[in-house]
Design a protein around this ligand. Sequence first.
Ligand code: NI
Length: 262
Amino acid sequence: MRLFDTHAHYDDPKYDTEYPGGADRAITESRKAGVERIICAGTRPETNSSTLKLAEEYDYIYAAVGIHPSDIRFFDRKHDQTLLKKTEEQLAHPKVVAVGEIGLDYHYEETDRERQKFFFDSQMKIAATHSLPVVIHDREAHGDSFETVRRYPEVSGVFHCFSGSAEMSKQLVRLGYCISFGGTVTFKNAKEVKEVAATVPDDMFLIETDAPYLAPSPHRGKINLSAYLPLVVYALAEIRGTSPEAIAELTYENAMRVFKLR
Ligand code: NI
């Protein structure tokens, strides 16, 4: 079984403090579990740089670079244009396969939604200019996220760790977006995401860990690793009534196509 983890963050400092051997060991362990390729996603210029460093170090690691909606709070508004410019420069690296992660996160009340929308829109434009797919983070912002991607028909990509409804997933698929599933499909009470996982077309879904976050059951609440990706595969196989091997192969091929790796 060969696996493609389409979303992880191995530059996260959690690996230094919570995992013996750190990120390097976590990456190496994932190979033993059949993970042949990993996309690491940056969230602001600093983490984009550390992600690119990992992609230089490991030939099977690729990078997405972008500005995450939750990370813009680290910067003063007067630097917004500089931040975007810096991100666009980072896209020139040969291991970059997508603009991401970008999107909207309305989880926290105090968040500046207009500024998040400005960054999301600007980066959709950047993706269009560079003909790159996007990796989208949509947390509790389904309406606005959909409304934004709909305005850029020339862009497509993936909704990572999808948490919307089956109806929304159908509309996204129609726009050319893949739906990516992670640890949440293994959770007992995740009724909605399981419904999405049961109905999304074969050629329109991907798998991911979002490591070090969102560890699948039975590791829920602990540090996540790409080596746990088979747990996501088993859950999807059960939900879709097929074999783990079929899920692994489909999602591997889908990822290769979406991120233009051949
Ligand atoms: Ni992420």
